[in-house]
Design a protein around this ligand. Structure first.
Ligand code: CP
Length: 338
């Protein structure tokens, strides 16, 4: 596994990820995928380490997948839920993190509805000169790096199951459809997919893909630090040009809980204009595949039939990939600390 050259011990954002880091994640995840196909699906790689899942916002996939990944690596796991914690008695987030630090936590996996919380905790851990690694498991509308990396792994293993690598996506057309404005998944995927040399086409209603979004693209698009990566990103407000000859279509959840004003006439209208259906896939490549990070609003972002159609849908595969990819990330972060 490619752990020797790994230096990063916090993973907060993919904005400054370099191609060799994506390849290290893909290759390491492929090794762990092989482990997960064995009868004994466990390795002693993180024996004696403590991984704390600090989820201040709800989650099904990410939390369970990080927990299983940690257990498959033989780490000890701690799970935190704010509703049954001392936060109900007024304890702050930083004091909660310091409590887990005092128990000997090695890696904190953090989800929060506010952007910036994982970074704030990572900065505090560094200020205290600890060796704790912090993983951003989704912060507000900012980023969701492990989701983008498992999406990348799902796509690359489809193209070469033996040797998944970033360059396999070069020249592919990938449409990301829907609520871009509120999506941390879209933001992380933009970094990873454009780093591969794929053409990424964002499409959604103007209220969910405002023109100002181009500022994100133009202002930061070369990434912060490291080598500049030439990136190809396009914005559309109608679906057809984005779907035309697409190799992959990623639908995003309409995030009703983050909408502070009425940004859509109705979900029915949204589905009529932007919902991904079998008929609409006729604009794409014949072997197009569809992704969705989940949870899905069936019949809104994607038709229920398409979601369950194994010929087109990679949605279950994305969840399966999540365990091997998160094993790889915990393993690499642990090696980065050392
Ligand atoms: N995709 C994703 O983050 O799902 P959960 O909210 O269930 O973790």
């Amino acid at each position: 596994m490619a752990a020797t050259s790994w230096k990063r011990h916090h993973i907060i954002s993919l904005s400054d990820f370099q191609p060799f880091e994506y390849d290290a994640v893909l290759q390491t995840a492929a090794s762990f995928q092989e482990v997960l196909s064995r009868r004994t699906k466990k390795v002693p790689a993180l024996q004696g380490q403590v991984i704390a899942n600090l989820f201040f916002e709800s989650s099904t996939r990410t939390r369970s997948s990080f927990e299983l990944a940690a257990k498959r690596l033989s780490a000890d796991t701690l799970n935190f839920a704010p509703g049954t914690s001392s936060m109900t008695k007024g304890e702050t987030i930083l004091d909660t993190a310091k409590t887990y630090l005092a128990m000997g936590t090695d890696i904190m996996v953090i989800r929060h509805r506010e952007a910036g919380v994982p970074l704030a905790i990572a900065n505090e851990m560094d200020r205290l000169q600890t060796r704790v690694g912090v993983f951003n498991a989704g912060d507000g509308q900012h980023e969701h790096p492990s989701q983008a990396l498992l999406d990348l792994f799902t796509l690359c293993t489809l193209l070469d199951p033996e040797k998944p690598r970033l360059s396999l996506l070069q020249g592919k057309k990938i449409a990301i459809v829907g609520d871009i404005l509120h999506s941390r998944v879209a933001r992380s995927n933009i970094w990873s997919l454009t780093a591969s040399g794929a053409e990424v086409h964002l499409v959604g209603p103007p209220t969910l893909l405002p023109k100002a979004f181009a500022d994100f693209v133009n202002g930061n698009f070369t990434g912060s630090g490291g080598t500049e990566i030439p990136r190809k990103l396009f914005l559309h407000w109608s679906l057809e040009p984005a779907l035309e000859n697409a190799d992959f279509v990623m639908a995003l959840r309409i995030q009703k809980e983050r909408m502070t004003s009425h940004l859509l006439p109705s979900l029915r209208e949204y589905h009529w204009r932007y919902g991904i259906t079998g008929d609409r896939l006729q604009h794409c490549q014949p072997d197009v595949k569809v992704l969705h990070p989940g949870p899905v609003n069936r019949g809104v972002e994607i038709s229920s039939e398409l979601m369950d159609d194994p010929k087109f849908s990679l949605i279950s595969q994305q969840v399966t990939s999540g365990v091997a990819v998160r094993m790889a990330l915990l393993y690499l972060m642990s090696s980065g600390k050392a």
